[in-house]
Ligand binder design. Structure first.
Ligand SMILES: [Zn+2]
Length: 306
C-alpha cells in the first residue's frame, strides 16, 4: 500500500526536490555554521528518521539533508554518561584491609612438641590452666596411643592439637607413600583419642620441602614453624631460655618448647620456665592464643605458617 502511493507521488516529489535543492544550496553555508557551532540542527534529524527513510527512492531525491545533520549530535551522547558511575563503584573498598591490624592485643603462641606423656604434659597443662593460657601441642602417634587421656585433656581444656607424625621421622627423607602414611597414622591416632581432626602439622625438626608441604596441604593442614626456639630438649638452663624468650618474642611469635623427650631432666626446665614467661610476656602486653587463633587473627609471619 505505502509503496504504491509513494510511486505515484514520485514526479511531484522530484520537482519539489529540485526546488528544495536550489533553496538548500543557497542556505548551505548557514547550515554548516549551525553544525560547526555545536547546535547540530536536531529538529531536522528527528524529522528525517521516523517516517520516510525506509524507502530508498525518497532519500535519493533529497540527499543533502539526512547526510549532513545526524552525525555530530548523536555519537557523543553515549560515551559521556557511563563514565561518572565507574569511580563511585571503586570508592567503598579501602575498609577490608584494616580489621586485621586492629585486633585487641599482640598475640603469641606457646607450642609443645613430642608429647603427650605421663609426667610433664600434665604438669604443663596444670600451669596453663592456672594462668588461663591456651597453647598448642604437636603430638606424635605412639604417645597419643599410649596416653589417650592426656591427649583428650589437651583438647578438652581448649588447647589446639597438631600432628607431629607417627614416628618423628625426617619427612624430607621419606618416599611420598611413606610420608603420607606417617601423617595419616598420627592423624588417625589423634582422631581416635580426641575426636578431633587436626588442621595443624609440624614436621619433625621443621624439616620440610615442596613435596612435604604439598602432602600436608593435600590433607587440608597448615604447616607451623616457630619464631623462638628455646632449645629446651638440650637441657638449656631456665635463665638462658628466659632471656631468649623475653628478648626474641614479638607480635605473632610462636615459641617452641617440648612436653616430652630430649635429654634427661630437660623438660623439668621447661616446666620451671613456663610461669615466668607467661607472667612477664603478659607484662609486656602479649596475649596468648592457640596457633589456630593466631592464624585467624592474621597476626603471624607469612614465612612461619605454610
Ligand atoms: Zn619433635
Amino acid at each position: 500500500m505505502r509503496g504504491n502511493q509513494s510511486n505515484r507521488k514520485r514526479p511531484l516529489w522530484g520537482a519539489l526536490g529540485i526546488i528544495m535543492l536550489a533553496v538548500w544550496l543557497s542556505g548551505c553555508s548557514m547550515l554548516e555554521e549551525w553544525n560547526s557551532s555545536g547546535l547540530g540542527a536536531p529538529g531536522i534529524a528527528d524529522a528525517a528518521t521516523p517516517t520516510d527513510t525506509a524507502d530508498p527512492s525518497e532519500t535519493a531525491t533529497a540527499p543533502p539533508i539526512p547526510t549532513v545533520v545526524p552525525k555530530p549530535s548523536e555519537t557523543p551522547k553515549p560515551t559521556v554518561t557511563p563514565k561518572p558511575t565507574k569511580p563511585e563503584v571503586t570508592t567503598p573498598s579501602p575498609n577490608p584491609t584494616d580489621p586485621k591490624q586492629q585486633t585487641e592485643g599482640k598475640l603469641v603462641s606457646l607450642t609443645f612438641d613430642d608429647g603427650p606423656d605421663g609426667k610433664y604434659t600434665s604438669q604443663i597443662l596444670d600451669i596453663l590452666k592456672e594462668y588461663n593460657v591456651k597453647a598448642t601441642f604437636f603430638v606424635v602417634g605412639p604417645q597419643v596411643e599410649k596416653y589417650p587421656d592426656i591427649a583428650k585433656r589437651i583438647v578438652d581444656e581448649g588447647h589446639s592439637i597438631g600432628n607431629h607424625t607417627w614416628s618423628h621421622s625426617n619427612l624430607t627423607k621419606l618416599s611420598d607413600k611413606a610420608r603420607i602414611k606417617e601423617i595419616a597414622r598420627a592423624q588417625q591416632a589423634i582422631l581416635d583419642a580426641t575426636g578431633v581432626t587436626s588442621q595443624l602439622m609440624r614436621a619433625p625438626y621443621g624439616a620440610t620441602s615442596a613435596s612435604v608441604l604439598k602432602t600436608i596441604h593435600n590433607d587440608n593442614m597448615k604447616h607451623v614453624f616457630w619464631t623462638v626456639d628455646t632449645k629446651d630438649w638440650a637441657g638449656t638452663s631456665v635463665k638462658e631460655m628466659y632471656t631468649n624468650v623475653m628478648s626474641n618474642t614479638h607480635q605473632g611469635g610462636i615459641i617452641l618448647m617440648h612436653s616430652f623427650g630430649g635429654r634427661k631432666h630437660a623438660i623439668e626446665h621447661t616446666v620451671e620456665l613456663l610461669p615466668s614467661i607467661i607472667k612477664d610476656l603478659r607484662k609486656k602486653g602479649f596475649e596468648f592464643a592457640t596457633v589456630d587463633e593466631l592464624i585467624a587473627s592474621g597476626q603471624y609471619q607469612a614465612s612461619v605458617i605454610k
